[in-house]
Design a protein around this ligand. Structure first.
Ligand SMILES: [Zn+2]
Length: 186
């Protein structure tokens, strides 16, 4: 192409001002980013090549097809609901009941190598957030990290607080025997 605009290294569309991600050897546009896993961190993007990202998007298409056969045998409800397919030994963490719209990654249970629940200060004097994180040994995903509370900055008097703690611990229980609970804030 002879024009001077910057284009997405994946789909070739013109880049918009916001929402693009820098890759190791290119740039990914906002629309391609929407198709990628929501568990990818900024670092994951920066460390991946255009070719690796194309492969990742192919994996995401296959994931969507596999979702049709995913069975919700067990569930921990929350902002992100955890669903486990006991037979296939796989799980998803999904924000929507209609998983087709979100295409949450199907992750094998045995890909989880470490899990933690941490309480972190939101902003100075403005409450706390509770995060759940799972470290994965998986070709496409390195970690799953999510804020368990609905809105940032709960106070401990909040009605939501004990529920969120229970949900976070229920994730740990459902996904493994090994449990780690650490409080970051004193
Ligand atoms: Zn694109």
């Amino acid at each position: 192409m002879s024009d001077n605009v910057e284009r997405c290294s994946i789909c070739g569309e013109e880049l918009t001002k916001f929402g693009n991600r820098q890759l190791k050897d290119g740039v990914m546009c906002r629309n391609c980013v929407k198709l990628a896993s929501s568990w990818l961190s900024e670092e994951d993007y920066r460390n991946r090549t255009v070719e690796e990202m194309k492969k990742h998007l192919k994996y995401r298409e296959e994931n969507l097809e596999k979702l049709a056969k995913f069975k919700k045998d067990r569930c921990v409800e929350g902002k992100y609901s955890l669903y486990i397919d006991d037979e296939k030994k796989e799980f998803v963490l999904s924000k929507r009941k209609d998983m087709k719209k979100e295409n949450p990654d199907i992750i094998p249970l045995d890909a989880v190598t470490e899990m933690s629940v941490t309480e972190e200060p939101y902003k100075e004097g403005e409450g706390v957030d509770i995060f759940f994180e799972a470290v994965l040994e998986n070709e496409e995903l390195n970690t799953v990290r999510l804020r368990v509370n609905e809105f940032p900055g709960m106070t401990k008097d909040d009605e939501e607080y004990p529920k969120v703690c229970d949900t976070a611990l229920a994730y740990l229980d459902a996904l493994a025997d090994k449990e780690v609970f650490e409080e970051v804030e004193e």
